[in-house]
Design a protein around this ligand. Structure first.
Ligand code: FCB
Length: 466
């Protein structure tokens, strides 16, 4: 058995997102977001679940911070709900909304926990969607104003500002496959959304630099580890194309200051990218203190041979429309088990591979694991305990994968488990549980699962027996 030892400076945290835990959807002046509209549309989410109440964190935040403190975590990653602090997504701010996050940040600081705040975790104010949503450039400009209002209010009490969470999902699941809000299926709009999310990142990043110079700046990406089913030139080209859409569409402008030429060429039949204006790419490439990486599973592709049955097992939900714009002839193959309750394959080696790739391509860029975790069908035992051994095993193997990448040079500074609490898992509603703390949705009682006890020991000692 290898023992991995993390240094004391390594940050152990947990992550959540506003719409997934807060509830209080219409309280204290909060306006509707695209996720309110989407989840209230029949047929969009499993069992018609909505975030109206969620884990009721808006009312129970003190109790929840108590759990963060009792877990001994050094940092807590949460997101700010744009429609709670600026209900229409432009114009006046809502004092009550800003005060909620101000109390949350102070509550973290009082408990010695670093606040890591994400400005956008998918809950676009509905008014902004009605005005065009992310395919419209104006949304990025409004996001800059929103960021300024929030950063002015919370400033450098927030240790790390994260502009966006997983813009890949916002753009392609929201506007191409439609399995996320706002549920549109317009490939050209999805690519325009990619650019305007990137632009929003750059504009908001500059606001953070100016208004909170002592704070750290980051963005969180769900990078894909894409593997080829064979060594054929066609399969390798399928990897290149998916890598461009999934990874380099964001890494390119954010870290290299330009979109990759092959992405523009691959998608030329869908759009001419004329929405990218002179100077945009430079703006987007605001230097980052840390790059946030979310990782859950890996991706296996092949070029469709024109005869075999099509396969779309990309792990991103079922839709007649593909999120993979202009890649209709790429197949996403099912992968060997075991799988989590999301149907995602468990592949910690790919996690190490991803971190080493980032280290190789961006050696000077510090990294932070901003999400990693697993959904399983938890069972509450007769004595009330939750022995979630499969989750503990998943976490242990993935933390070991991080240790392995660090040992090989990757500058990974911290790890945030997804998630602190069971919560509203987007299109899957309350059916998929990712928490290390169970939430009983009838009573809102929180119970530590075995994984929470395990994670507390890891955070306390920095020692992982793998
Ligand atoms: C990520 C999201 C997060 C959560 C996990 C399971 O894509 O950022 O909100 O839903 O997946």
């Amino acid at each position: 058995m290898t023992e991995h030892v993390f240094p004391e400076s390594f940050v152990w945290g947990s992550a959540t997102a506003a719409y997934q835990i807060e509830g209080a959807a219409t309280e204290d002046g909060r306006g509707p977001s695209i996720w309110d509209t989407y989840s209230h549309t029949p047929g969009r989410t499993l069992n018609g679940d909505t975030g109206d109440v969620a884990a009721d964190h808006y009312h129970r935040w003190q109790e929840d911070l108590g759990h963060v403190a009792a877990l001994g975590l050094g940092a807590y990653r949460f997101s700010i709900s744009w429609p709670r602090v600026q209900p229409g997504g432009s114009g006046p701010f809502n004092r009550a909304g800003l005060d909620f996050y101000s109390r949350l940040v102070d509550g973290l600081l009082e408990r010695g926990v670093r606040p890591v705040a994400t400005l956008y975790h998918w809950d676009l104010p509905q008014e902004r969607e009605d005005a065009g949503g992310w395919p419209s450039r104006d949304t990025a400009l409004r996001f800059q104003e929103y960021a300024a209002g929030v950063v002015e209010a919370l400033g450098d009490r927030v240790h790390t500002w994260t502009t966006l969470n997983e813009p890949w999902c916002s753009a392609y699941l929201g506007y191409a496959s439609g399995v996320h809000a706002p549920g549109r299926t317009e490939p050209a709009a999805a690519l325009a959304a990619v650019h305007h999310l990137n632009l929003a990142h750059g504009l908001a990043g500059r606001v953070v630099r100016e208004l909170a110079p002592a704070a750290e700046l980051s963005v969180t990406l769900n990078l894909h580890v894409v593997r080829a089913a064979s060594d054929s030139a066609a399969d390798r080209d399928a990897v290149r194309r998916i890598d461009a859409l999934a990874n380099r569409a964001f890494l390119g402008p954010m870290l290299d200051g330009a979109y990759p030429a092959d992405l523009l060429a691959d998608t030329a039949a869908v759009t001419d990218w004329s929405f990218v204006r002179d100077g945009d790419e430079k703006l987007i490439a605001v230097p980052l203190d840390v790059l946030g990486v979310n990782y859950y599973s890996s991706t296996l592709v092949r070029a469709w041979d024109g005869v075999s049955p099509r396969s779309d097992a990309d792990g991103h939900g079922k839709s007649d429309a593909s999120p993979w714009v202009a890649a209709e002839d790429v197949d996403f193959l099912p992968q060997p088990g075991p799988h989590t309750a999301m149907g995602w394959n468990i592949d910690p080696e790919a996690f190490t591979e991803l971190l080493l790739r980032l280290h190789r391509e961006y050696p000077a860029q510090p990294l932070m694991i901003t999400e990693n975790g697993a959904a399983f069908d938890d069972v509450v035992s007769a004595d009330g305990t939750i022995q979630d051994d499969r989750r503990v095993d998943y976490l242990r193997r993935h933390v070991a994968a991080v240790a392995e990448a660090r040992a090989r040079g990757a500058d990974v500074r911290g790890y945030f488990v997804w998630s602190l609490l069971d919560n509203f898992e987007w299109g899957y509603g309350y059916d998929r549980r990712f928490g290390i703390i169970r939430v009983d949705y009838d009573t809102q009682v929180r119970t530590w699962k075995q994984s929470a006890h395990w994670y507390r020991r890891l955070a306390a000692t920095g020692r992982l027996d793998a």
